[in-house]
Design a binder for this molecule. Structure first.
Ligand code: ZN
Ligand code: MN
Length: 452
């Protein structure tokens, strides 16, 4: 078969920032599970005459996200109105950013082993990030029988949008990227990014490049929506790739269906379903938001942001391997969360010179140490105590055993005559003397050695 295809996948990701208040008003931004329409005001309800006041923290955090994703931060940025008419948008427009986003031209490096192609070796791959911008979230629509209910608690929550170039070639790469992105935004402390809670939402665009003979075809671009877990991202993309390939094979050519079609992921059926046509970008009639002054950054401000994100997970991981001599596996687990990495560093600082670093790493990983319950100080004290106990019993065990043999001459004779259970008795005696601080196997070994 002289046919070859390769998926072309891009991502648009929305992540809610975990600021205390909303993007343009003082309402609480923590809306999950709250009684509908209890965290609203004239601003986030879009009532006439209400004026937005931007949340500085949200702007700063978007810049941090941009920098963490290797973006350039242009000196000048502004907000724009994205106009469209939909019930989840009370103003009739969304305050977003159009031509001058807060971050541009970033990149994220992936370590990919392409499982679906059975490739075992791990490769490095760069995903280019086109832009990172800040906007407001919309109201939540709840479909109930023939009605649609609206909850405005979510309206106006700060939302960052991250758009990648279509650099992904498989669902594995997409998943790897999302996991990494989630880890980064959690690490720098700007978002919870829980997909199941809708705090992180992703819309992949998928099409295929197909080589047939000397001709190259591109299938029409499809945007996938309604995906709320990492698992479904993978499934939806895989389904869509298969569907587009089959569609192409059926017709042998490519039908143009406008610019882009939208398909929703149906998790019950495990398929993607055609949705309403998406408006073209031109239809949004973007124009600068007149109620919010533009943003101008001074160099020193950007430098200060950079200082806040010096040690991202990747950097820490390298450090743990090079400086502490940890294995890839140990370093990966101990840098999975910032709290964990910080904890481990404190433990190392306290335990260095007294305990092996690799032993400390293994102990935390294997014993699943609950870092919120035991302080680094306490952990080191416990481990040193443990060491001490084994050292004492190691040195004194022999003395204690000899003592026990003297006190239990009958049992000793019995053992020599071949009564095996006499050993159990003697072990019990020794255990009692050591107050349970020596291991039975250890005692038995030494005991048998001493009697014979
Ligand atoms: Zn409000
Ligand atoms: Mn958006």
């Amino acid at each position: 078969m002289d046919k070859f295809f390769s998926p072309i996948i891009g991502l648009e990701i929305h992540i809610e920032l975990k600021t205390a208040s909303k993007m343009f008003c003082g309402c609480s931004a923590n809306h999950f599970g709250k009684k509908p329409n209890t965290q609203v005001c004239p601003i986030c309800l879009g009532l006439p005459g209400a004026l937005p006041a931007p949340n500085k923290k949200a702007i700063d955090w978007t810049v941090l996200a941009g920098l963490a994703l290797g973006c350039q931060i242009p000196k000048f940025s502004k907000f724009d109105r994205k106009n469209y008419f939909y019930p989840d948008l009370p103003k009739g427009y969304q305050i977003s950013q159009y031509d001058l986003p807060l971050g541009i031209n970033g990149k994220l490096e992936l370590k990919v082993s392409n499982q679906s192609r059975n490739e075992k070796n791990i490769k490095s791959k760069i995903i280019r990030i086109r832009r990172v911008h800040l906007e407001e979230d919309t109201a939540k629509m709840i479909h109930y029988q023939n009605f649609t209910l609206l909850d405005f608690n979510r309206a106006g929550v700060p939302l960052i949008e991250i758009v990648t170039e279509p650099d992904f070639e498989s669902s594995d790469e997409v998943k790897e990227f999302l996991v990494k992105l989630q880890q980064i935004v959690r690490w720098i402390g700007i978002a919870e990014a829980n997909m199941e809670k809708g705090q992180m939402r992703c819309e992949p665009t998928v099409n295929l490049k197909i080589k047939k003979g000397k001709k190259i075809f591109y299938t029409p671009l499809v945007e996938l929506k309604n995906i709320n877990s990492f698992r479904f991202v993978k499934k939806a993309i895989e389904y869509e790739v298969k569907r587009q390939l089959e569609e192409f094979e059926k017709t042998g050519e490519v039908k143009r269906e406008g610019n882009k079609t939208t398909r929703g992921w149906d998790e019950k059926k495990g398929i993607t379903v055609l949705q309403r046509e998406k408006e073209e970008a031109a239809d949004y009639r973007y124009f600068p938001e007149p109620d919010i002054p533009p943003i101008r950054w001074r160099k020193i401000q950007i430098t200060n942001f950079k200082l806040q994100i010096l040690e991202l997970p990747e950097v820490k991981r390298e450090k743990f391997i090079k400086e502490y001599g940890l294995t890839d596996y140990q370093a990966k687990i101990l840098t999975s969360k910032k709290e964990m990495a910080d904890y481990f560093e404190k433990v190392v600082k306290l335990g260095r010179g007294k305990l092996e670093i690799s032993y400390l790493a293994n102990f935390i990983i294997n014993k699943k140490v609950e870092i919120s319950r035991i302080s680094p100080n306490q952990l080191i004290r416990n481990l040193l105590e443990k060491e001490k106990i084994t050292k004492i019993t190691g040195g004194e065990l022999e003395k204690i055993i000899l003592e026990a043999l003297k006190e239990n001459q009958k049992a000793t004779e019995d053992y020599k005559k071949g009564k095996v259970n006499a050993v159990q008795f003697l072990i019990g005696q020794v255990m009692a003397k050591t107050k349970g601080q020596a291991k039975p196997e250890e005692i038995k070994e030494k005991l048998v050695e001493l009697i014979s």
